[in-house]
Write a protein that binds this ligand. Structure first.
Ligand SMILES: C[S@@+](CC[C@H](N)C(=O)[O-])C[C@H]1O[C@@H](n2cnc3c(N)ncnc32)[C@H](O)[C@@H]1O
Length: 285
């Protein structure tokens, strides 16, 4: 039976609360099927270049649990207001704040207390002032309509039990002409449910990645235009072999059904310049 939305949120909160404590204690925030089967590599590996990491507190880098580098791809401009959905230990918020400079601002939204505490500690250590971490759910963003230039997010929307609502909320808080520039795990094409679940657990700790066409449709229904899905990493069966086999799947047999279908992608869309705060066409659920 699929988990209800409050149950998904609770499971996610618990998982990332533990990850935050590990990172705060000087360890790696890596998650996955269990401590012995780290789901971190190759998903979170080599996302940031050395110059980006050098200017950040060690614990902000250690807490990185993303699957892309949205800040680098979003073409942020001086003075812009950025919102990071599911900011975690704050790595992308701090990088965004540097890019938009003191006349801009970067907000980081997260629902997990331990992550917020870690992010605020990282902000303090980095000495960056144009940052604010907010507590809340990405399904109910605590910011006014038309208040943000760019929404970024790094491997979080796949975790939500109500992605339509997340996208509607993102649309609402963006200013007309504002950009959605998000890294996320995406599935390309059909994959049998049991195999999909194991791969998603490997990639994203808790299942929930959208199929590419569905992602595009949901963005369009929320009101977005100029939608683009650019693969940034394609996962290989070999990389997930150990994890799949621990889940009782024979990687040699299921391999051909999944090869090339699980990707990290950079997803771009924009709120039309003439759009009202809310909402997309009537097709939205
Ligand atoms: C995979 S981690 C990514 C963290 C960060 N973006 C990064 O790149 O390191 C997911 C984060 O999103 C937060 N999160 C997950 N679902 C959320 C939701 N529905 N509302 C708010 N935060 C959420 C978790 O607490 C966690 O900090």
């Amino acid at each position: 039976m699929p988990m209800s939305e409050p149950n998904i949120q609770e499971a996610v909160r618990q998982k990332y609360g533990e990850a935050a404590k590990r990172a705060a204690g000087g360890g790696s925030a890596c998650c996955g099927g269990g401590a012995e089967l780290s789901g971190c590599d190759p998903i979170t590996k080599n996302l940031y270049d050395d110059s980006e990491k050098a200017g950040l507190p060690e614990k902000a880098v250690a807490a990185s649990l993303g699957c892309g580098n949205p800040t680098a791809l979003a073409k942020l401009q001086t003075g812009e207001i950025v919102l990071d959905l599911g900011a975690g230990g704050g790595i992308d918020v701090l990088l965004s704040a540097k890019r938009v400079g003191p006349t801009g601002k970067a907000y980081g939204l997260d629902m997990t207390d331990e992550m917020l505490a870690l992010a605020r500690e990282n902000q303090k250590k980095a000495g960056i002032e144009n940052v604010e971490f907010l507590k809340g759910a990405i399904e109910n963003i605590p910011l006014p309509d038309n208040s943000v230039d760019v929404i970024i997010s790094n491997c979080v929307i796949n975790l939500s039990g109500d992605k339509d609502r997340v996208l509607r909320e993102a649309f609402r808080v963006l200013k007309p002409g504002g950009r959605f520039a998000v890294s996320d795990v995406v599935v390309r094409g059909e994959v049998p449910a049991n195999i999909r679940k194991s791969m998603e657990l490997w990639v994203g700790c808790i299942a929930g990645a959208l199929e590419e066409t569905a992602y595009r449709e949901k963005l369009s229904c929320a009101g977005f235009g100029s939608i683009d899905v650019e693969p940034t990493r394609v996962y290989k069966v070999e990389e997930a072999r150990e994890f799949l086999e621990a889940a009782g799947l024979n990687a040699d047999i299921v391999g051909p059904q999944i090869e090339g279908k699980f990707i990290s992608a950079f997803i771009r869309a924009s709120k039309p310049a003439s759009a009202a705060a809310c909402c997309g066409p009537a097709c939205c659920s």
